[in-house]
Design a protein. Sequence first.
Length: 173
Amino acid sequence: MAPFNVRRASERDQSALERLCAEATGPRSGLWSARRAGLDPAAWLAARAPLLVAEFEGSVVAFGAALVEHAPLGVARCAEAMVHVTPALRRRGAGRALMTELVAVVRTVGLWKLIAYALPEDVAARTLLDRADFREVGVLVKHAQLEGTWRDVALHERLVLAARKSLPSIPGA
């Protein structure tokens, strides 16, 4: 495992977050590229959403966010969890470190549930969610259109307050 420094994102991270969001939505076969609304880190920072970054050797290489505005039906105290790690540093622990810290942070800000989406064949994403104590709720059949083909999407949830108790390691989070 590489040593990643996970911390709360700030305005100084905006350009790195924009780069990572462009990277996440770039591949047309990726689930994030199917979103109607783009990923907007400036809005996340302005709204003070639970937003974390992971640094490796002084550079921001990953982010994790809990976005209330993306929760289905606008349910109170529910947010969509998102994690993206730059491809060159995947499978080294950054995603897991971000998700672990994100769960702890959203608990302290009073959220009750996180939801997440993954393509059924995305083994890495589904493994990360499983290790973070998310449970698969079901599969949304033909839910997202990617490269002209309708694709299934697996829906996962994590009840934050009913899960393990822990405090975030990020000061002031």
